[in-house]
Design a protein around this ligand. Structure first.
Ligand code: IPM
Ligand code: MG
Length: 386
C-alpha cells in the first residue's frame, strides 16, 4: 500500500471514529429526552391573566404583525383584566447573527413569561450550523403539535393536519456529520412517547369535531424503523377511539391524492412526521389559495405559538414591496390563537371577517395588488359590521 493511501485510510478511520463518538452523544441525549417525555411534560398555567407575546420576526414580519396587533387589540379591547399583550424584541436575524445563536437567551426568557405567542416569520441562514429559530422555539417550548387547517368550502375540502413538530428529521437537522468530499449523513429520530402524543392530539381533535377518519401518512416502506414506529403507534392509539377509523398512506401518493378532485374531499384529519407535514401543508395551503392564506398553530402542553405558514419573503423587502405583503396568514393564525385561549366566538368572528376581507382585498405582493394595511382595514370594517 502506498504511503498516501495509508495516510488517507488512517484519516478516514479517525473521522469515522469521531462521527461515531458524535453519534453516541446524540443517542444519549435523545434517549434522555425520550425517557423524560414518558414522565410527562409541564402543564398549562392555571388561573391568572393570559399573556400574549408578539414577535415581529424578519422581512415582511413587522408589516404583517402590525396588522395582526391592530386586529387583536380591537378584538380584545374589553378583556384588559384577563388578557395582557406584550412585545418581544430581539428575535431578529441581525441580533441572532450578532450573538451567534438561533434564539438569544434573554429573548427566550421573555418568551417564557408569556402563555401564547403570535410570531411573524423569522429568517433561517442557509448552511452553516445555526438552527432555525422556529425549530429552536418548538423544541425549547416543547410545541409538539403543529396544527394546520385547510378549507375550501366550495370544493368540499375541510382538512386538518397534525404535524409532529419536535422530532423526525428536524430533531437533529443541524447535527449531521460529514466526511468532506466523500459523504454526509443526517439523523431522523422518532420516539414512542413523541409519536403517542401527536397521535392523541389528532385523534382527540377528530373525536371532538365529529370526524370519522384519520390518515396516517408516512414512508414506512422505506424508513422502516422511524416511520414504521410512527405508523404502528398511531394505529395503537386510534384503537382507543371507537367510531374513528385510521388508514395508512405513503406521503408520495398522498401528495397526489390532495390534487385528485374525485377523492380528496373524503380526507378529514392527517397525522404525520415532521418533514412530510412541513411539505404537504405547503401543498395543501396552495390548494386553498397559497401559503399566504393558511395559519399555523404550534401547541404544547404549557405554551402555544401561532404563526404564518409562509416565510419572511426577503425578496419582497429587497424589491421595496414589503408593504404589499398579505397579512392573511398571520391573521388566520391569530384566529387560532383566540380559539386556543378560550375566545371561540371572537375567533369565529375573525374567521368570518377574514373570509370577507379576502374577497374584497387581494394583496399579491406586487404594486398592482393592495397593501397590508388595506387588508387590515377591511378586516376591522368587517368586524365592526356584524
Ligand atoms: C414551517 C416552516 C419552517 C419549517 C421553517 C421556517 C424552519 O417551513 O413552519 O413550515 O420547516 O418547519
Ligand atoms: Mg414549511
Amino acid at each position: 500500500m502506498s504511503e498516501k493511501t495509508e495516510s488517507t485510510e488512517r484519516m478516514t478511520e479517525e473521522k469515522i471514529g469521531e462521527i461515531t463518538e458524535h453519534f453516541r452523544g446524540l443517542l444519549r441525549e435523545q434517549y434522555k429526552r425520550a425517557e423524560a417525555l414518558k414522565r410527562g411534560t409541564a402543564a398549562r398555567k392555571e388561573g391568572g391573566n393570559i399573556r400574549i407575546g408578539f414577535i415581529d420576526g424578519d422581512g415582511i414580519g413587522p408589516v404583517i404583525m402590525r396588522e395582526a396587533r391592530r386586529v387583536l387589540r380591537e378584538l380584545l379591547k374589553d378583556e384588559a383584566g384577563r388578557v395582557e399583550m406584550t412585545d418581544i424584541e430581539g428575535l431578529t436575524i441581525e441580533n441572532r447573527l450578532r450573538q451567534g445563536v438561533s434564539v438569544p437567551a434573554e429573548t427566550l426568557e421573555q418568551i417564557r413569561t408569556c402563555d401564547v405567542l403570535l410570531k411573524g416569520p423569522t429568517e433561517t441562514p442557509k448552511g452553516g450550523t445555526m438552527e432555525s429559530a422556529n425549530v429552536t422555539l418548538r423544541r425549547e417550548l416543547d410545541l409538539f403539535s403543529n396544527v394546520r387547517p385547510v378549507r375550501v368550502k366550495e370544493k368540499g375540502i375541510d382538512w386538518t393536519f397534525f404535524r409532529e413538530n419536535t422530532e423526525g428529521e428536524y430533531a437533529l437537522g443541524s447535527s449531521g456529520a460529514e466526511i468532506p468530499g466523500v459523504l454526509a449523513v443526517d439523523f431522523k429520530v422518532t420516539t414512542d412517547e413523541g409519536t403517542r402524543r401527536i397521535a392523541r392530539a389528532a385523534l382527540d381533535f377528530a373525536a371532538a369535531n365529529g370526524k370519522t377518519n384519520v390518515c396516517i401518512v408516512t414512508k414506512a416502506n422505506i424508513l422502516k424503523k422511524t416511520d414504521g414506529k410512527f405508523s404502528a403507534i398511531c394505529h395503537e392509539v386510534a384503537k382507543e377511539y371507537p367510531g374513528i377509523s385510521a388508514d395508512d398512506y405513503y406521503i408520495d401518493i398522498m401528495c397526489a391524492n390532495l390534487l385528485n378532485e374525485e377523492i380528496r374531499d373524503r380526507f378529514q384529519v392527517f397525522v404525520l412526521p415532521n418533514l412530510y407535514g412541513d411539505i404537504i401543508t405547503d401543498e395543501a395551503a396552495q390548494i386553498q389559495g397559497g401559503v399566504g392564506t393558511a395559519g399555523s398553530a404550534n401547541i404544547g402542553s404549557r405554551y402555544a405559538m401561532f404563526e404564518a405558514v409562509h416565510g419572511s419573503a426577503p425578496r419582497l423587502i429587497a424589491e421595496g414591496l414589503g408593504e404589499y405583503a398579505s397579512p392573511e396568514s398571520i391573521l388566520r393564525a391569530a384566529a387560532m390563537l383566540l380559539s386556543h385561549i378560550g375566545y371561540g366566538q371572537k375567533s369565529a368572528a375573525l374567521t368570518a371577517a377574514l373570509d370577507r376581507a379576502a374577497e374584497q382585498v387581494v394583496c399579491d405582493g406586487t404594486r398592482k395588488g393592495r397593501r397590508a394595511s388595506e387588508f387590515g382595514d377591511a378586516v376591522l370594517a368587517a368586524l365592526s359590521e356584524k
